[in-house]
Design a protein around this ligand. Sequence first.
Ligand code: SF4
Ligand code: MG
Length: 314
Amino acid sequence: VRNLKKYFPITSPFGRLKGHVKAVESVNFDLYEKGTLGLVGESGCGKSTTGRSILRLIEPTEGSVNYRGKDLLQLNQREFKGFRKEMQMVFQDPHSSLNPKKRIGELIEEPMEIHKIGTKADRMERAMDLLKRTGIREDQYFRFPHEFSGGQRQRIGIARALAVDPAIIVLDEPVSALDVSIQSQVLNLLEEIQDEFKLAYLFISHDLSVVRHIADEIGVMYLGHMVEKAPTDDLFANPLHPYTKALLSAIPIPDRKQRRERIIIKGDVPSPIDPPSGCVFHTRCPFAMEQCKSIKPEMLQQSDGHQVACHLYN
Ligand code: SF4
Ligand code: MG
């Protein structure tokens, strides 16, 4: 994904363009088979918009998504259709993302039907297999989503995403609505099927401790910008960006000796309609310098795979 940008136009009631919500501004990353990139940041930082943009559930304003030699954003809808099944999404709320009027078996068969995969009997057999694989008994095939718990519904959502044998799954806060004890079960399932189905994950979460569990690499987003990206262990051991340091310092650590100094960031996130000049974090950064107000920091490599956009390291 290169230089991804998504602006949402704001129009007056008379249809006059009043400005833009700058939801995503120049985001770059790579996804690998069997690899997981975690995208973290507070709500409104652009992580969900990034996920939806690469799947073209919303059309990005600019940028490229290169997949197996094709820029997916350059394809017309008909050409893109063939790629659509390669990329699936699992949403936060399995309650609202599963049609309550359909039996769970049908819900899993539906994407196969849309992509004209197999016969009716083939689809039913695969749906049964996927139910079993994701930890739901096959004989539950004829039940409705409301008959299942939140964790089970999320398993059904995952089975549905797997139905068309995708290469990439965007998981948008997949465990955020679940109890902590259920969260780890679902995360373990996601890890198992990643290897088995050779999946690449883009794992979106506001919860750093969840992302730490599953991601190989983490990208930290603030106000539409990726401000730091690093291998997971490296990010936790050696966070560089002041915003990342603040996020990490807010995670409770039981061991006293390992505790970090708590960094409190003042104020609220500025409006993405009129983001700050220079470094977008300068209005809240405890280390802001004069140049931060006017000069936008570039994302620069600090060590192997560890990049940060901050003038402190330039
Ligand atoms: Fe803070 Fe300046 Fe670094 Fe931005 S560039 S994070 S304002 S020190
Ligand atoms: Mg979101």
